[in-house]
Design a protein. Structure first.
Length: 316
């Protein structure tokens, strides 16, 4: 935005003086300045003249904000900010101070970015976390899912009232009923309260772990991040290509650390019994019932099971 000084510079002397006086009269007559002078009676003609550029900027930016074209097209000097004027009397003279103040849209954007920054996604579509949520939307999409949604809402409220829980949730249901959506909603809501979260899509996570054999530092950082986050969601567990190392040394280590410390959440097409069978068999070693039971001992006692009913929202 071109400043008043830029407009006035380059004019011949007499024309410059007249233009400056005309601008002074224009600014002084502006309803915003009239209101400002009513608040600060010490803002006399001389003070107006000395601070003409600040006051002009104040009126222009106020009107820009009143007709806001959107944060991404903000015409003000500092995107998402407007000029605020205060006046103080120092040594019997009015001193005008201007400061840049963030607008509501900018603050909302910053808040949303802070919320999103508390949630890590491993192989889950970022749109599931970046899009906004509303409880009405969740309920209106599918009446059959109301029971499950209500239980998730209750869990969020309990965490807000009583602090982080040790017990997590196990969302079981057929393909496409919105289990992941509900967990992303929970992470988003509790991130507003300062909690960190992570969601891991298990089929892709299992495949990517193979490449981490050659990068032990990345492997350790990933496992430590999943151990330490406040809220951890294993999405579509039971759909991964299971191997003993994933089950015993990755999942086992993470769950062993988190149990009785922090809640872990799961979405699955399997019930707990079917998941135990899944963990009791690997393509390499065949049936391993003991190890399957062992990993389930780190899941079953630490989750409340929620059955998610409804139609397939992915279509097909």
């Amino acid at each position: 935005m071109e400043s008043l000084g830029d407009i006035l510079r380059g004019m011949p002397g007499r024309q410059l003086l007249k233009k400056a006086e005309d601008k002074l009269q224009e600014v002084a007559a502006d309803p915003l300045i009239v209101k400002l002078r009513a608040k600060y009676p010490q803002l006399d003609h001389d003070a107006l003249k000395l601070n003409l550029n600040k006051l002009h900027q104040y009126t222009v930016e106020y009107r820009n904000c009143s007709n806001c074209p959107g944060l991404d097209r903000c015409p003000n000097d500092m995107e998402g900010h407007y000029t605020l004027i205060t006046v103080e009397t120092e040594q019997q003279q009015a001193r005008v101070y201007d400061q840049k103040v963030a607008c509501k849209k900018f603050l909302a954007q910053q808040s949303q970015q802070a919320i999103r920054g508390r949630i890590r996604s491993f192989y889950v579509d970022e749109r599931a976390l970046s899009e906004g949520y509303s409880s009405e939307e969740i309920l209106d999409r599918d009446a059959d899912r109301e029971g499950a949604a209500g239980q998730v809402f209750d869990y969020i409220l309990k965490t807000r009232n009583d602090a982080i829980q040790k017990q997590g949730l196990y969302l079981a249901g057929t393909f496409g009923t919105g289990k992941t959506f509900l967990m992303c909603y929970m992470l988003h809501e509790l991130a507003k309260d300062g909690y960190t979260g992570a969601i891991v899509y298990m089929p892709d996570f299992a495949e990517d772990l193979k490449s981490m054999f050659n990068d032990p530092l990345k492997l350790k950082e990933t496992i430590d991040a999943l151990k330490e986050t406040d809220l951890l969601v294993f999405d579509d567990i039971g759909a991964e290509n299971l191997n003993p190392w994933l089950r015993d040394h990755v999942m086992g280590a993470i769950l062993n650390y988190r149990m009785n410390r922090k809640p872990t959440f799961f979405t699955s097409n399997h019930d707990l019994g079917a998941l135990e069978k899944h963990f009791s068999f690997t393509s390499k070693d065949g049936d391993e019932e003991y190890k399957g039971r062992r990993i389930m001992d780190r899941i079953r006692p630490f989750v409340d099971v929620i059955l998610v009913n409804g139609f397939n929202k992915r279509g097909g």
